[in-house]
Design a binder for this molecule. Structure first.
Ligand code: ADP
Ligand code: ZN
Ligand code: ZN
Length: 736
């Protein structure tokens, strides 16, 4: 008999696939997409079958046989399998790690695909045709079981079989002979996701109605939509009604939300509307919960799947609709390992599945707007706030020549007092947690510095410590200046803890809630805070961007942005885009119910074109200008980037390694791809490692892709490749 080979993706950082000999006992061979257990060095690993080949692509003498097949069906549907292979290629990431990122941990550890009760036994093709008067007559129990299975071509669930006196050993014996198999199947229609509603839908505004109809008209076909709607314009209601239509077709919807957006309130809103099971996937869930949610999605039992970034890889039995809420959000990009962008992969997935996708935002990514302008996405606009709420009014407070107390101008404090007096709430936004960003010696000018980073550690008050937000290093602050011995050490600058201190003194009788990563570390802390905010009348909310996103606090009528100037001067090419998005998202918390909202923005730069244009003319005008700038510089979406990063504990290594990459790239042609670097990273030393970059840029995607595809194998074989940590970031979101 000729030998055959399994080509596998294994969880290994090597950018290659692995061949194993297909052992005779694996007959029929496991299908493409199934898991098999194989020896790997001294370990035993689970791999995914990519192909069964007649020929090996490696030296046959060195190949080992595979140990055991785990599945007799693919773990993922074909569309997802293809998405992952495409993504490995596109993001230049090892295919084994790509599969590893996509699958729940328990599945990677060998847990059966189907939950007990989701499996069905059926006769194989061989079993259907097998002569019943041959040798099998000598095993009457097997014969009886096979006859029964042949009578039930849809397959039979285990309890049904045991009810008929057919036991598991008999079925396993048939399986071994290749006559029967155990498969997971989507449940029959009667067990499928329930399409009925728990509460009636809201009656839609004209714009909402148009948006819902456009999406519904495209169910069953690939079509991307950009739902560009002001904060509070009722985008969620559009999602809910498009999902209802999807469920009514017997199909499922997958909803991606930012990490912070997946608050219990979001899920509660979906649960309040739909009868169907809702599978929830995010980092706060344990592996068992994730596995259950994954199975509910894969089997078709859950009509709706809601999850953060990696939920884009959740298999669906009957995919119908994809939604990416707050599509501009940075948390959709994975910043380490497999550096994928979940929004971009979602669009690709919708295309492979042949279904519509809705990207929703009040402040769309410039890329998405450009796609809409180019006609690749259909633009759906919601210009007005829902339910009669009005857009908030912006006012600038010129900080120049004004006295401030801990960052607050008098006029701001007055406005706050007036709002609180009306039993309304004030949201104070500052995107910096901790007490103060700098600890300075007033006598000699020394300031605290992280020992492992080119960065200053933040002073925290509760408990008192210096904490580097870049590497996590923590320690007590010095009692005296290490340079001159003075004890006059002063916190400089503002963090949310310091703002909290000041406001507690200014408004001693008003409840104050601080919402940032420190105050919400404990499980349920965020939920408790938001509940308390909802239950309060007059109140002050102090917070970072955690507070900016997705929340609906009806009593907030005043939003104060203490200091956004930093974002205006950010070195990164996306800095102004992100600042603009953040300003509008925070502002969008104001006046979401009947009472109108006011947004006060303190700035030293009242004439800065970004701020001025944004608040007088709105996001589309800002975006147009920002896009024009990007075009001039050939930056995305008017150009494509690949960032190669390298880091090492020795200072010279990263740049030398990147220079070697530059030299290697020399022979690969593609002069149209510009190469910038190597240069030190904006923060050259982080967590004790020196970091450097090489940026590849090209107005067209194809030459850049070709160059990088040819380059990566060369990088792997460079002598320095084992001495530095390096990575390739395709479509980087920032250049840090
Ligand atoms: P977005 O997702 O665009 O920020 P939401 O969907 O959260 O906006 O809607 C804001 C508020 O308006 C919510 O309280 C929602 O219930 C309400 N709302 C949305 N659409 C309608 C509608 N058609 N009629 C009445 N209220 C609506
Ligand atoms: Zn000093
Ligand atoms: Zn540090």
């Amino acid at each position: 008999m000729t030998r055959r080979y399994l080509q596998l993706a294994l969880p290994s950082p090597l950018r290659q696939t692995f061949d194993y000999i297909l052992p005779a006992k694996m007959d029929p061979p496991p299908p493409v997409g199934a898991r098999v257990r194989v020896p790997f060095g001294k370990q035993s690993l689970l791999g995914i079958v990519l192909a069964v080949n007649e020929q090996a692509s490696f030296d046959e003498a060195k190949l080992r046989p595979a140990d055991e097949a785990i599945d007799n069906e693919p773990v993922l549907p074909d569309s997802l399998f293809r998405l992952l292979r495409w993504a490995a290629n596109y993001y230049q990431h090892p295919v084994g790690e790509v599969f590893d990122t996509a699958l729940p941990v328990l599945l990677r550890q060998g847990e059966p695909l189907a939950a007990p009760g989701e499996t069905r036994w059926q006769a194989t093709r061989l079993g259907q045709l097998y002569p019943l008067d041959g040798t099998i007559k000598r095993a009457p129990r097997q014969l009886a079981a096979l006859v029964t299975l042949r009578e039930h071509p849809q397959g039979m669930i285990p309890p049904l079989l045991s009810g008929l006196g057919i036991d598991r050993p008999t079925l396993l014996a048939l399986e071994k002979k290749g006559l029967a198999e155990c498969v997971t199947q989507p449940p029959p229609a009667s067990e499928q996701a329930n399409a009925s509603l728990r509460e009636p839908p809201l009656s839609l505004s004209n714009e909402q109605q148009k948006a819902v109809s456009a999406v519904i008209d495209h169910l069953g076909h690939f079509q991307p939509f950009l739902l560009f709607g002001t904060t509070g314009s009722g985008k969620t209601e559009v999602y809910l009604q498009a999902i209802a239509a999807t469920l009514a077709r017997g199909e499922q919807a997958l909803v991606l939300v930012p990490e912070i957006g997946l608050t219990p309130q979001t899920v509660a809103r979906f649960r309040a509307r739909f009868q169907t099971e809702i599978a929830v996937l995010h980092s706060g869930r344990n592996e068992r919960e994730r596995m259950d949610a994954w199975r509910a999605a894969r089997s078709g039992r859950a009509g709706i799947v809601i999850g953060t970034r990696s939920a884009v890889f959740t298999p669906l039995a009957r995919p119908g609709l994809l939604i990416v809420d707050e599509e501009h959000d940075l948390s959709f990009k994975q910043h380490e390992g497999f550096r994928y962008h979940a929004r971009d992969l979602a669009v690709r997935r919708a295309q492979l599945e042949g279904i519509p996708i809705v990207l929703g935002s009040a402040t769309p990514a410039l890329e998405s707007l450009a796609n809409a302008t180019a006609g690749r996405y259909e633009l759906l606009r919601l210009r007005e706030r829902a339910a009669g709420a009005q857009e908030p009014v912006f006012k600038l407070i010129d900080l120049r020549h004004q006295p401030t107390r801990e960052g607050f101008t008098d006029s701001l404090l007055k406005a706050m007092a007036a709002t609180l007096k009306k039993d309304e709430q004030v949201l104070v936004f500052l995107n910096r947690r901790g007490y103060a960003p700098v600890l300075l010696c007033h006598d000699c000018g020394w300031h605290a510095q992280c020992r492992r980073c080119d960065a200053r550690p933040t002073l925290h008050r509760n408990p008192v410590r210096l904490h580097c937000h870049h590497c996590g290093a923590e320690g007590p602050p010095p009692r005296a200046c290490p340079s001159c011995g003075s004890t006059d050490l002063r916190p400089i600058g503002l963090g949310t803890e310091r703002v909290e201190d000041l406001l507690r003194v200014q408004f001693p009788d008003v409840p104050l809630f601080r919402v940032d990563r420190d105050s919400t570390r404990r499980k349920d802390a965020l939920t408790n805070l938001t509940t308390a905010i909802h239950d309060s009348k007059a109140a002050i909310l102090v917070g970072t961007q955690m507070l900016a996103k997705g929340h609906h606090f009806p009593r907030v009528t005043l939003v104060a942005l203490l200091d956004m100037d930093g974002g205006l001067f950010g070195a990164d090419f996306r800095a102004s885009e992100h600042t603009a998005q953040l300003i509008l998202q925070v502002a969008g918390r104001a006046g979401r119910a009947e009472r109108p909202g006011l947004v006060l923005l303190q700035t030293h730069q009242p004439e800065h074109p970004l701020i001025h244009e944004l608040i007088t003319q709105g996001y589309p005008t800002f975006a147009e200008r920002a896009l024009a700038e990007r075009r001039l510089l050939s930056f995305p979406p008017h150009g494509f980037l690949v960032l190669i990063r390298a880091e090492a504990t020795q200072a010279e290594l990263p740049a030398a390694f990147l220079q070697a990459i530059m030299d290697a790239a020399e022979s690969l042609g593609h002069p149209e791809v510009q190469r910038w670097g190597p240069v030190p990273a904006p923060m050259e030393r982080r967590a004790g490692r020196f970091r450097a970059h090489l940026l590849l840029q090209c107005p067209q995607r194809a030459p850049l892709r070709e160059l990088v595809t040819a380059l990566v194998p060369l990088i792997e074989s460079l002598p320095g490749a084992r001495k530095v940590r390096w990575s390739v970031d395709v479509d980087p979101q920032d250049l840090s």
